[in-house]
Design a protein around this ligand. Structure first.
Ligand SMILES: *[C@@H]1O[C@H](CO)[C@@H](O)[C@H](O)[C@H]1NC(C)=O
Ligand SMILES: *[C@@H]1O[C@H](CO)[C@@H](O)[C@H](O)[C@H]1NC(C)=O
Ligand SMILES: [Zn+2]
Ligand SMILES: [Zn+2]
Length: 452
């Protein structure tokens, strides 16, 4: 028999890379006998297809970017769009699709898994006229399990990282079935692997979506954490799934719009999420928006994402004016920004400041120049961080009410302006002299927003 060999010397790739290509980029016909010819895999072209898919430079060589991309945790479904189970645009024909979780992970409670899986389906039912119903016995359309290693199909899992999960396209029998690698560390936050994001991705396959080359799409093959608070289906995925199922309209059951609505400035009971100065202007954060107030520029409102695309809401913020850096906090993450530029290598975890793990969120923060300390407010307590030594001062947390008499028991937002510190609790605000430790004036938050 004639053997067709197309393999160049520089294409002798490490076995791990060959395995990656064969798993995610091999044309299923590539290695079959065709007539009397055995076709060997064309590694160079597979590598090029992979580089093209991820928007890398298409060199056909195993350069460092390509190798790094191969190491990213990802979905186990192939990136070759011509695979059988996606041919003919399979989709569910009924209006209610059932699912059942047959094996749970031990890393989250059953209730947490149920809620998260339901949330992942809801991302789709919000935009297409399809409903999902969990059942607890018998055979569901979509059977879901968490298991490590071999788990009953031809695609055993590979231990921590690598492949995180896989799912079948819609269809009878195993169609839609979704498997999660239980060697991963499943979480509900930014650490390790966030279950909501992976489940939502896999259910995309279970509904008939293939992988997308759009790095912002949920159906991008590699895992990337994004803030899951108020998360909605990205544009590319929404269009994809609506092309298969149509659009959910008000006649086929309306859902409330989960996106942020612009807050109203001139209400006496206005509560800020956070406030800070940045380069001589004041920023007041509320839901997904902020008001900016400057002596010369006046007052304006902006969506947070339009300035810092990776941040969709802010719990606390402070400006470290000595270095012209501001820090924005959301949950256990924080970002450093210089003006409208988010610095690379962020978000980081607030544990870097020395917070114990039980601190899940910072209410407010403010930098006090005279002492080089940043004060962090959490519940009824506050912490003091020494910016010179980059260490948390010992003896903290302390009770707000004892050490800042008159400002209230909690602080929702804090900032510095012309030597005074401003502390907001609810809609009330105190103007505070840190040197004399006295309240100077009582104010209302909305007074900053030109409402007279
Ligand atoms: C594989 O080859 C068969 C027969 O030539 C063809 O019908 C099928 O579409 C091919 N599959 C793919 C994924 O290219
Ligand atoms: C705060 O109080 C001190 C001492 O009473 C005073 O010298 C200082 O000017 C006050 N600060 C402001 C900003 O008014
Ligand atoms: Zn996938
Ligand atoms: Zn499986």
């Amino acid at each position: 028999p004639l053997i067709h060999v197309k393999i160049s010397v520089e294409m002798l790739l490490p076995l791990s890379s060959q395995a990656y290509l064969s798993q995610f980029y091999r044309d299923p016909n590539a290695t079959t006998f065709r007539g009397r010819m055995l076709l060997l895999p064309d590694l160079e072209n597979e590598l090029k297809a992979m580089q093209e898919f991820f928007g890398l430079e298409v060199t056909g060589k195993l350069d460092s970017n390509t190798l790094e991309t191969m190491k990213l945790p990802r979905c186990g479904v192939t990136d070759v769009a011509r695979y059988g189970h996606f041919q003919g645009s399979p989709r569910w024909k009924q209006s209610v699709v059932t699912y059942r979780i047959t094996e749970y992970t031990s890393q989250l409670s059953k209730k947490e898994v149920d809620t998260t899986i339901a949330k992942a389906f809801q991302l789709y039912s919000d935009v297409i006229p399809l409903d999902f119903k969990q059942i607890y016995s018998g055979t569901a359309d979509i059977m879901i399990l968490f298991k490590a290693g071999y788990h009953g199909d031809f695609y055993p899992f590979d231990g921590p990282n690598g492949v995180l999960a896989h799912a079948n396209a819609p269809g009878p029998e195993q169609g839609g079935d979704t498997h999660f690698d239980d060697d991963e560390r499943w979480t509900l936050h930014s650490r390790d692997i966030n279950l909501l994001l992976v489940a939502a991705h896999e259910f995309g396959h279970a509904l008939g979506l293939e992988h997308s080359k759009d790095p912002l799409a949920l159906m991008y093959p590699t895992y990337r954490y994004v803030n899951t608070n108020g998360y909605t289906l990205p544009h590319d995925d929404r269009l994809g799934v609506q092309a298969l199922y149509g659009v959910r309209t008000s006649t086929n059951k309306p859902k409330p719009n989960p996106g942020p609505t612009p807050p109203e400035p001139c209400k006496r009971d206005l509560v800020f999420d956070a406030a800070t100065s940045i380069r001589g202007e004041l920023f007041f954060f509320k839901n997904g928006y902020y008001w900016k107030k400057g002596y010369y520029s006046g007052l304006s409102m902006h969506e947070i994402k339009s300035t810092w695309p990776s941040i969709d809401s802010v719990d606390a913020a402070y400006e470290f004016s000595d270095r012209d850096i501001s820090f924005l906090f959301k949950g256990q993450q924080y970002w450093a920004v210089k003006g409208s530029t988010t610095l690379p290598a962020y978000p980081k975890l607030i544990s870097k400041f020395g917070f114990p793990t039980y601190v899940r969120k910072i209410d407010a923060a403010v930098y006090v120049k005279s002492t080089s300390r940043t004060l962090f407010f959490v519940g009824t307590k506050y912490w003091s961080f020494n910016e010179r030594t980059a260490q948390m001062d010992s003896g903290f947390p302390k009770t707000i009410q004892h050490h800042f008499p008159g400002i209230g028991s909690r602080v929702d937002a804090a900032f510095e302006n012309y030597g005074y510190l401003y502390f907001s609790e609810g809609s009330r605000q105190t103007e505070y002299n840190f040197t004399s430790r006295r309240v100077n004036r009582l104010l209302l938050n909305y007074g900053w927003l030109d409402c007279y």
